[in-house]
Design a binder for this molecule. Structure first.
Ligand SMILES: C[S@@+](CC[C@H](N)C(=O)[O-])C[C@H]1O[C@@H](n2cnc3c(N)ncnc32)[C@H](O)[C@@H]1O
Length: 255
């Protein structure tokens, strides 16, 4: 795992309490479109601390979580009543044909797409589904962040992206669904609103992989400054982008 991909565990507890939940509407949409029911068995891949896993455990007969980072996994195991496995998308520790669907929330861009999709295909049952969710929480704050706070974070983003570029943060991954073994991707955007105070908003921003890359001293200075500058209550307009697809029927013998 590259260093940014493995940086989340440095702030696993903060990640779990500050990141917004995935909206039920978004999850239910994927569940319905993939034809899943209560008896379905699913995998949450790159499950982090279990933010989506917990919603899957409530809906399905069996939800398994796979996560490479030990600190994220520790929170996940503690808070989520389901099997939790160490593993990566490119080497999923599950048997062939073992789940009806794979869910990936805010993690697909960290995967090596080709090998990960081959693994997802392997663990899926015939006509199995894949749901990819993204929670975009940083785009619309009301009120807007103070300019000085915004500029401080932006300067770090620019520097880390330059020093540690991550090509996965583009739409490139969608290209892998232009042909078999998956049907073309479907997509839908679901909007929800979250109210939170400044303390949680700052903690939330500090859970991002980019800021987590800072040396501890610089991170502490940034945190102190953000907590001084950002005060009051905020409303976030969260957009959840939901993508779903299913395996195409396997070619059968010619009749
Ligand atoms: C932004 S977090 C999302 C976690 C969780 N799915 C959620 O929605 O809260 C990204 C997660 O992907 C995991 N990850 C990074 N590279 C991975 C890989 N190659 N295979 C599986 N998981 C990976 C990280 O350890 C991290 O927990």
């Amino acid at each position: 795992v590259s260093s940014r991909a493995s940086s989340f565990g440095r702030r696993a507890a903060e990640y779990d309490c500050s990141r917004p939940e995935y909206s039920s509407e978004a999850i239910d949409l994927a569940v319905a479109r993939l034809g899943l029911g209560a008896a379905s068995e699913v995998l949450d891949l790159g499950a982090g601390t279990g933010k989506l896993t917990r919603a899957l455990v409530e809906r399905f007969a069996r939800a398994t979580a796979v996560e490479p980072d030990p600190s994220m996994r520790a929170v996940l195991s503690q808070k989520t009543p389901c099997p939790v496995l160490a593993g990566m998308a490119e080497a999923i520790p599950l048997a062939d044909d073992s789940v009806n669907a794979v869910f990936v929330a805010d993690a697909f861009h960290w995967f090596d797409t080709g090998p990960a999709l081959r693994e997802i295909e392997r663990v899926l049952r015939p006509r199995g589904g894949l749901a990819v969710l993204w929670n975009n929480w940083w785009q619309a704050e009301d009120p807007l962040l103070p300019t000085r706070a915004f500029d401080l974070m932006e300067a770090v983003y620019e520097r880390v992206r330059r020093d540690s570029p991550h090509t996965g943060e583009t739409d490139e991954w969608r290209r892998f669904f232009e042909g078999p073994p998956f049907e073309p991707l479907h997509e839908r955007r679901v909007v929800s609103v979250q109210e939170l105070d400044a303390e949680r908003l700052v903690t939330l921003h500090l859970t991002g992989s980019t800021l987590a890359m800072l040396p501890p001293d610089e991170f502490a200075d940034l945190e102190r400054e953000l907590r001084r500058l950002i005060v009051g209550d905020y409303r976030l307009a969260i957009t959840t982008d939901v993508y779903w697809t299913r395996l195409l029927p396997r070619p059968g013998p010619e009749r």
